[in-house]
Design a protein around this ligand. Structure first.
Ligand code: C5P
Length: 320
């Protein structure tokens, strides 16, 4: 549906956050090869920016963090997002120039690629004034990838299924984080496969098998409602962490360094290798970031806070 009421903008910029998983419970993989999840997503103030403009031919360019590692062709999830919207809105022949300004590192467990896809959906929806409702955008998003719907929604939310079935969660207050970026990325598929291997080895040695159905941590949800990071920190959990640590053993040193500097919680984010450290407040996050930088256990450190809203149009974008 094209709305005739507003003039079409020449270009649209959308800002979109990275996520960390406060809980990531992973079940046994099903027939489709995917693992059922229960996860608590939390959007943080580390943003990519996507700008779209009408063009004769679709193109994609990337600047900023890890730009060289991002594909610029139709294999990029952001390009797929634009194509999905063209299809869904019946806009055959529409093309778009997509510019991505990256601050979210690539293959880092922060859902940066999914974020760019979500931002492209929102930006093209505005550019072409397709008038799709948030629910319709969310449906397109889940067809693109498991983390894309959350990048649209933002805030703190429980994700089920592959993570695309979302329920907003009650979380009071603000949480301050130091993020330690790794030297090399991790492949999500490889981390899941390693998780399966480690579990099979544990089962063979007679250890308790993992439950097929992952479960939400109610103590974590209660702690989030209290708004007290000291209660939340010890309840952070990630079933993929042993797999990420087995693929990149140096991450243990990173997690230890954060804990030694007083992090309330220290966890690998998603499939890694980014390590997320929960601080008691903004000043503590700054101290943690300085200490982690000084300890030489990671490539770079950033600070962020959450929760923040999902992908949203920037009304006055700064010139790049
Ligand atoms: O969702 P995404 O495309 O990032 O997933 C990459 C790979 O990670 C999948 O192809 C699959 O091997 C693995 N995966 C999984 N279970 C999930 C999500 C991802 O096994 N819930």
């Amino acid at each position: 549906m094209i709305s005739a009421s507003r003039p079409a903008p020449a270009g649209v910029t959308v800002r979109v956050p990275a996520k960390v998983n406060l809980q990531l419970a992973v079940g046994q993989s099903g027939a489709d090869g995917y693992h059922p999840l229960v996860t608590v997503f939390h959007a943080i103030s580390l943003f990519d920016e996507v700008t779209v403009r009408s063009a004769e031919k679709t193109s994609l360019s990337v600047t900023g963090e890890d730009a060289a590692a991002v594909p610029r062709d139709r294999s990029n999830l952001a390009w797929k997002a634009a194509s999905a919207l063209v299809q869904a809105a019946g806009l055959r022949g529409s093309a778009v120039e997509i510019r991505i300004k990256k601050r979210i590192p690539v293959a880092a467990g922060l859902a940066g690629g999914s974020a760019d896809a979500a931002a492209t959906l929102v930006a093209c929806n505005e550019l072409w004034q397709t008038g799709l409702a948030p629910r319709e955008l969310a449906e397109l998003a889940s067809g693109l990838g498991s983390d894309v719907p959350f990048a649209l929604l933002g805030g703190t939310a429980v994700g089920r299924g592959r993570g695309e079935q979302l329920t907003p969660a009650l979380a009071a207050g603000s949480y301050h984080w130091a993020l330690a970026f790794g030297h090399e990325g991790l492949s999500t598929a490889e981390v899941y496969a390693t998780c399966d291997r480690l579990r099979a080895a544990r089962a063979a040695s007679g250890d308790q098998p993992e439950p097929a159905e992952p479960e939400l941590s109610h103590p974590l949800m209660t702690a989030l409602r209290s708004g007290d990071p000291a209660r939340v920190g010890p309840l952070l959990s990630n079933d993929l962490q042993p797999a990420a640590l087995s693929l990149q053993p140096d991450l243990r040193r990173t997690l230890t360094a954060g804990r030694e500097h007083g992090a309330l919680g220290a966890i690998v984010s998603g499939s890694g290798p980014t390590c997320a450290f929960l601080a008691s407040d903004a000043a503590h996050a700054r101290e943690l970031a300085v200490a982690l930088t000084g300890s030489g256990v990671c490539r770079a450190v950033a600070r962020a806070s959450g929760p923040v809203p999902g992908a949203a149009v920037v009304r006055d974008p700064q010139p790049s």
